[in-house]
Design a protein around this ligand. Structure first.
Ligand code: UFG
Length: 328
């Protein structure tokens, strides 16, 4: 199939594009490179473009005869979204709507959407299932939840078929070592821990050690980015086989604390990674763990790299290799 991957030069998008390419699809990555990396697009066709540019989007959709879209292009820093809500609504909602309009006008009926566990907010119970109430604690979470709502209407009115994947904590890197996580600024725990281990970051803080968790630090459900990418392929296959639109959580169902992540990385690398206790980071729930029972049962998704050691090991290989342009 001819598949458009928006945000395909980003961390998760580049892994998705690589997998789609590997199984024989013609993949066109559409990315404005504000956060993405040109080097992350390995074999797919690349178009530098912004979702605000409806004309270019339409041209690409027509000239490449696009049949399905995987939509990952978005702003995704929770903290920033609470300082600049307009930026998040503009890009994640308004620009996302351009994509939907162009899809509808070109009769492109299949969409896999990159959503987030941030739609749930502070959970009432864990593991979190898809029918857990949604109550985002951030504009970022709002923007993804509102887009899911928009998708429902597009389905009802235009017959758009979609799967929304609510990611928990994407982590790790492609086993080849060719692509991996390279955000600037980096805010995610595992890359920060590894940058500290490499000596390219001065301080590592544990954001709070007084949470109601087994060791006082926050617990998250880390999912290997290749397992995440596999889920996109299953979702797309499901839609093409006639499955109805739906929402899936994506996590391993097992949580690790910030302290456990640092200890696991230290043991793997063979040296102690020093960390200091810092204040809590605003908006962090104590425990976020997914139930991914639904996608396991319905699509047969099964994570291959669920062990935290494997996740960190692949990330370490990537970081040690210097990332895209040296480490940033
Ligand atoms: N943390 C630290 N020190 C750091 C960085 C992070 O202690 O230097 C802690 C955080 O407080 C949190 C945990 O490590 O408890 C994980 O933090 P990340 O920033 O790696 O990830 P988040 O859980 O905050 O966010 C991720 C995605 C978001 C998404 C969210 C859904 O990055 O896009 O999961 O819950 F919205």
């Amino acid at each position: 199939m001819n598949i458009l991957v928006t945000g395909g030069a980003g961390y998760i998008g580049s892994h998705v594009a690589k997998k789609l390419n590997n199984i024989g699809h013609h993949v066109v990555v559409y990315d404005n490179l504000v956060k993405g990396h040109r080097e992350a697009v390995l074999t797919a066709k690349f178009v530098k473009g912004d979702l605000a540019d409806k004309k270019l989007l339409n041209e690409v959709m027509q000239s490449e005869e696009i049949e399905a879209v995987v939509h990952l292009a978005a702003h995704s820093i929770v903290g920033e979204s609470m300082e600049k809500p307009g930026k998040y609504f503009q890009n994640n909602l308004s620009n996302g709507l351009n994509l939907l309009e162009v899809m509808v006008s070109n009769n492109v009926a299949y969409l896999v959407f990159s959503s987030t566990a941030a739609v749930y907010g502070e959970p009432q119970e864990v593991p979190i299932t898809e029918d857990h109430p949604t109550n985002p604690a951030s504009t970022y979470g709002d923007s993804k939840l509102f887009f899911e709502k928009i998708l429902e209407r597009y389905q009802q009115i235009h017959g758009l078929k979609y799967v929304s994947l609510r990611y928990f904590n994407a982590a790790g890197a492609d086993h080849s070592g060719e692509i991996g996580e390279a955000h600037s600024p980096e805010t995610h725990l595992i890359p920060i821990v590894l940058q500290k281990a490499l000596g390219i970051r001065d301080k590592l803080y544990i954001f709070g050690d007084d949470y109601p968790s087994r060791d006082g630090s926050c617990i998250r459900d880390y999912i290997h980015v290749e397992d995440l990418a596999d889920a996109h392929i299953l979702a797309l296959d499901g839609l093409i086989d006639g499955m109805d639109s739906r929402i899936y959580n994506l996590g391993n169902g097992e949580g690790y604390s910030v302290k456990e992540v640092i200890e696991t990385a230290s043991a793997l690398i063979g040296k102690e990674i020093e960390a200091e206790i810092g204040p809590r980071r605003a908006g962090d729930p104590a425990v976020l763990v997914a139930s991914s029972q639904k996608i396991r049962e319905e699509l047969g998704w099964k994570p291959k790299y669920a062990a935290l050691e494997t996740i960190i090991e692949t990330a370490w290989k990537w970081h040690k290799g210097g990332g895209f342009n040296g480490n940033d």
